[in-house]
Design a protein around this ligand. Structure first.
Ligand code: SAH
Length: 222
């Protein structure tokens, strides 16, 4: 693999321009913006596409999959509403970029990917950049029962409906004043999905809201 570097001046300048674009698109959460500002996105895309790493675009990462658009990564991270030390499960590791952003948020990151090749590639990039995330292959719609409950579950592929099993793996609120686990998942058909945020409010109760329209690669079960 080519040498990965965190300090290429040209990339750093483009990264700060990207942050302005993300801000213009309505993500005003400074913790999220500064996390994105610390992740070298050029390291997560193919060499041939590195010059486009700081355009606000999804880019191909092989096997018909994409690294999400940076403003979408920012938006999903903002909706997760994390506190340092939270336990977060990502479904769809892909390039590993979103996992790196979550690491920069100071949370414990677990991530599942169904394609072994993408999993291996993400694992080696995250290691090389010193990001600590626990990754595995498998069907993320089943969650990661042995590590549950999670303070947040982030699905980075479009689902037809809310994966029920993931709801059960959200943390219940400890008391009336504390927040339960959050599930962020794009729900819809192949063409468009509504970003959906579900919050666990009790043992059998959840609140949900729709937060804008997006287009993701499909979540594939089995
Ligand atoms: N978060 C990624 C974006 C990945 S695109 C990034 O930052 O680059 C969505 C990913 O979800 C794809 O890699 C796809 O293979 C994966 N995926 C789709 N269905 C899945 C499933 N059921 N379990 C785990 N991964 C899945």
């Amino acid at each position: 693999m080519t040498q990965l570097t965190r300090s290429d001046g040209a990339y750093i300048r483009r990264r700060s321009q990207l942050l302005e674009e993300i801000r213009d698109r309505g993500v005003a959460d400074e913790r999220v913006l500064s996390a994105i500002g610390r992740v070298p996105r050029e390291c997560f895309v193919d060499q041939a596409l590195r010059h486009r790493a700081y355009e606000d675009l999804a880019l191909p990462i092989g096997l018909g999959q994409t690294i999400s658009q940076p403003s979408t990564v920012a938006f999903q991270t903002m909706l997760l509403d994390t506190q340092p030390g939270d336990s977060i499960l990502e479904i769809g590791t892909g390039s590993g970029y979103q996992a790196a952003v979550l690491c920069e948020m100071g949370v414990r990151v677990y991530s599942i990917e169904r394609h072994r090749k993408l999993h291996e590639r993400a694992k080696s990039i995250l290691n090389e950049l010193n990001y600590r995330a626990l990754l595995r292959t498998g069907d993320g719609t089943l969650g990661w029962p042995s590590l549950a409950p999670f303070d947040g579950v982030l699905v980075t592929a479009g689902a037809i409906e809310i994966p029920r099993i993931l709801l059960n793996q959200l943390r219940e609120p400890a008391d009336k004043n504390s927040q339960g686990g959050r599930l962020i998942v794009p729900i819809g058909d192949r063409e468009k999905q509504y970003m959906t945020k579900v919050i666990r409010t009790g043992p059998d109760s959840y609140d949900s809201e729709k937060c804008g329209r997006f287009r993701f690669v499909p979540l594939v079960s089995g």
